[in-house]
Write a protein that binds this ligand. Structure first.
Ligand SMILES: [Zn+2]
Ligand SMILES: [Zn+2]
Length: 136
């Protein structure tokens, strides 16, 4: 069996990454910080092990917006949000799955910070909704 390698890139294509292994199903975060950072109703992310992730192009173009121990990494050329890391948990990271290029069709398993959601957006699927983050 061939090992799974997932590939992703930013909008302009300067930053490219790879993640080894099968990706989990995403959670959607409705917190106000994610909504602002992504310019959207929510962000879709999966937790991956840092050791399974590597930048393969454009590392010098990565920007890091750090706030309260959370680092939101993005492409400084086109602004695409790509992943987030936490000072308190360096072995894991959260991948923003919207930037994946590899086909990925897993459906969301959870809505987190659902009580902070945008008033203009209604959650219409049946995935469980959590007030905060029940897991990483
Ligand atoms: Zn870019
Ligand atoms: Zn969030």
């Amino acid at each position: 069996m061939q090992a799974t390698i997932n590939k992703g890139s930013c909008l302009c294509g300067r930053v490219r990454y790879e993640v080894d292994g099968e990706l989990a199903a995403p959670h959607l975060c409705h917190c106000s910080r994610c909504r602002k950072a992504h310019g959207s109703a929510f962000t879709a992310a999966v937790a991956v092990k840092t050791k399974d992730f590597r930048i393969v192009a454009g590392e010098d173009t990565l920007g890091d917006y750090a706030h309260e121990g959370v680092h939101r990494w993005f492409c400084r050329n086109c602004g695409s949000p790509l992943f987030a890391t936490r000072d308190a948990m360096l072995n894991m990271m959260r991948l923003r799955i919207a930037a994946l290029d590899t086909p990925y069709d897993k459906k969301p398993v959870a809505h987190i910070y659902a009580t902070s959601k945008a008033h203009w957006y209604d959650i219409l699927d049946g995935a469980p909704q959590y007030e905060q983050r029940p897991l990483y």
